[in-house]
Design a protein around this ligand. Structure first.
Ligand SMILES: NC(=O)c1ccc[n+]([C@@H]2O[C@H](COP(=O)([O-])OP(=O)(O)OC[C@H]3O[C@@H](n4cnc5c(N)ncnc54)[C@H](OP(=O)(O)O)[C@@H]3O)[C@@H](O)[C@H]2O)c1
Length: 279
């Protein structure tokens, strides 16, 4: 299954995330793809991701016959604030140069000459968008213009920032990637803007940020009804309300279970019960 962005590019409806996998990154990415995931999320940020090991997995997969075009690759530009001393660019260079150097380094790590999606990992400003954010976004827009990335996006964005970006950017994002808390209506405000603006909302930490959902009797009853695990209920709920979920599982059985989350359909009442769980 795929979701089509407002620019006509299709993105698989479930994404495998590669954060915190350390030296296991290459083997887990290979396992994820051979299990059926076709979209991979990473970042050029050594504190949390091993982008070069994602690339190592892609080389091994290519040797097994997987074509580059069959995979959707998404990575991110991370500002100096989110890096340690191992910045994948000259941290003293101007911001446009930093974005371009980081992008080139990502292409090299991933052994490709284009990306499917390039995401700004987070804004510089805590509230609103400042001059640095606009400069970085303009550099990302230029990469999109050049055709080297098929989509662009922003992560860890507030409703206020996203509204501003949509109103003032030359090219608004095709994707948003946010941590999704049930306690805030599953990031309702940002999801509403995405819906109105026809932007694809990618949700992460759906399981880890929402422990209360797993002890909720209503959710447990829904899982019992469908004979599934609780994780599958959360991922299916996410898909049915229009979200593109990420999973970062390291477990082969959980990969299969997560991918099977589209094998059943929750009723409107069940969706409403889960959507309003933390409100
Ligand atoms: N943009 C950002 O700033 C940002 C921040 C954080 C994450 N992300 C992206 O989002 C991806 C996913 O992150 P995440 O926080 O959602 O995931 P995560 O931290 O990797 O957590 C997934 C957790 O859920 C468990 N799990 C998954 N499927 C399960 C199942 N079927 N049954 C039971 N447990 C299951 C996993 O355990 P097992 O390993 O045992 O299955 C793991 O503990 C990251 O890898 C990264 O790509 C982006």
């Amino acid at each position: 299954m795929a979701i089509t962005a407002y620019n006509g590019i299709a993105i698989p409806s479930f994404m495998y995330g590669t954060a915190w996998k350390k030296e296991a990154t290459a083997s887990l990415v290979q396992l994820a793809v051979t299990s059926g995931f076709t979209a991979i999320d990473t970042a050029n940020q050594l504190i949390h991701y091993q982008e070069a090991l994602v690339g190592e997995a892609l080389l091994a997969l290519a040797n097994q016959g997987f074509k580059r075009e069959s995979l959707f690759l998404q990575t991110k530009f991370t500002s100096v604030d989110g890096q340690d001393h191992r910045t994948p660019y000259d941290a003293k260079a101007d911001l446009t140069t930093q974005v371009n150097q980081s992008f080139q380094s990502s292409l090299a790590h991933l052994h490709t000459d284009y990306l499917d999606s390039y995401v700004l990992h987070g804004s510089y400003s805590r509230r609103g968008l400042g001059q640095a954010d606009w400069e970085v976004w303009a550099a990302i827009e230029s990469l999109y213009d050049s055709g080297k990335t098929k989509m662009i996006g922003i992560s860890n964005v507030s409703a206020e920032q996203l509204s501003s970006l949509c109103a003032k950017a030359r090219q608004k994002p095709m994707v948003v990637q946010n941590r999704c808390y049930a306690a805030f209506g599953w990031d309702k405000e940002v999801r509403e803007i995405c819906k109105t603006q026809n932007i694809i909302y990618q949700g992460f930490s759906l399981l880890t940020a929402n422990r209360e959902v797993f002890v909720d009797p209503a959710v447990r009853a829904i899982a019992a009804k469908y004979g599934t695990g609780l994780a599958q209920i959360v991922f299916r709920f996410a898909m049915q309300i229009g979200m593109l979920p990420l999973t970062g599982t390291t477990n082969p059985q959980h990969m299969k279970d997560d991918l099977a989350a589209d094998q059943f359909t929750l009723s409107p009442d069940e969706l409403h019960a889960i959507e309003t769980i933390g409100l």
